[in-house]
Design a protein around this ligand. Sequence first.
Ligand code: GLU
Length: 490
Amino acid sequence: MSDNVRVRYAPSPTGNPHIGNIRTAMFNWLFARRHDGQFIVRVEDTDQGRITEGAVDHILDGLEWLGIDWDEGPRVGGPYGPYFQSERLERYNAAAEQLVASGKAYRCYCTPERVAELRKEQARNKQRQGYDSHCRFLTGEEREEKESQGLSWVVRFAMPQSGVTSVEDVIRGHVEWQNELTDDFVLVKSDGFPTYHMAVVVDDHAMDISHVLRAEEWLPSTPRHVQLFRALDLPMPRFGHLPMILGSDRAKLSKRHGATSLMEYRDDGFVPEALINFMALLGWSLDGETDVMTVDTIREHFTLERVGKPAAIFDLDKLQWMNGMYLRQLDVSDLADRIRPFLESAYPADLLPIDREYLLRITPLVQERIKTLAEAPEMLSYFFDDTLEYDPDSLVQRGMDTPSTMALLRRAADDLGKVDPADFGHEHLEGLLRATGQELELSGRQFFGALRTAITGRTATPPLFEMMEVMGAERVTQRLAAAVANLSSH
Ligand code: GLU
């Protein structure tokens, strides 16, 4: 094991990566960057039945999207490759043979039916379930007999049957397990593929991994790995198990808590800056208080000492709040550029292409309110789509009727039509229309309420005069005329 920090993220390509999964990747990455070490991605694809098409790309694209770069692994290569376990089978077989030759592992000829029957019986008798080491104690003759019958076999590890196995976990401290509680687990399956336990130990050594930082769900596998390292006579990496992530009801995190795959967060309009900040706080803290930090700050201060043991709570409201905060901090042009693809994929072709200049003028009007980019198409639709859908009655404000509303809309259109395009700024418009409102003896609520509905179809919008300025005289007067037409045909 080198003194240098070398850590790995070892995803199984079985689907879209989840937040817990990516949190593991990120903590490894932060640890490597903090210590000027290497961050390695290794694809654990030996469970052929569970692999899903495209999963590796989803995982790698997700890391790239977040700005998590890796020093070795798929797409970049490296001196310890290949980085796909399915391309490293001979290494696992060699290790398994070495263990069998030294008596630390053995071929087991039990049929899957026998093993299943055994488990059932153990369950009936309320005994601990596991393999009963039957083939471990076959005589030489019995073994030859099985071989000559050409029976298929798996390789099992001869687990010590007494004593304890312990580790000093860098996060959890001293942890120990009774060996008798771990059965003789499989190292090589009947199809010749290694199990996770075999492959992970061989590769963590072969890739010179200094620290195995992974989710707490792997803690129970650790005594197996420790025993395997010993049996193979290999130096041991340090182990650190990251705290679990629970929903706000303290139940295991699931879709129900709004936790989805990484790419769904992207599609839901979350920005990488917010997700990085949010995920960093799932188990780590800077000082127990500070919530909002840039990735640079996190990278500079990340230590395993500040990773806690207690489960982290996933709070979707907090993520949403944080996302809104990051959106508010962006430059207008950056925010506009991030909003644009959401509009492009949501709007019909006749509203496209989106005019960049126009979008740049709209963006500041919503920057304070927007929480996710995915809200933009709905939030901004009336800036682009001239066919507003609203109930004409909603134009008629309290204390008014249809004729007086039509009159006020006509008058406003008339006033605005006379404004020199160079003067179509919000201050000028406000002065002009306030005067008209007074002249018509209307309250602000009545006059501006009717105008707002006519121009946007809605009651809650950004400031009226600023919107008018951005939309321009032509669009605004057309909408006022359309509102009048709506009321007259009503
Ligand atoms: N392939 C395992 C996973 O998908 C990796 C476990 C480990 O890091 O040892 O989580």
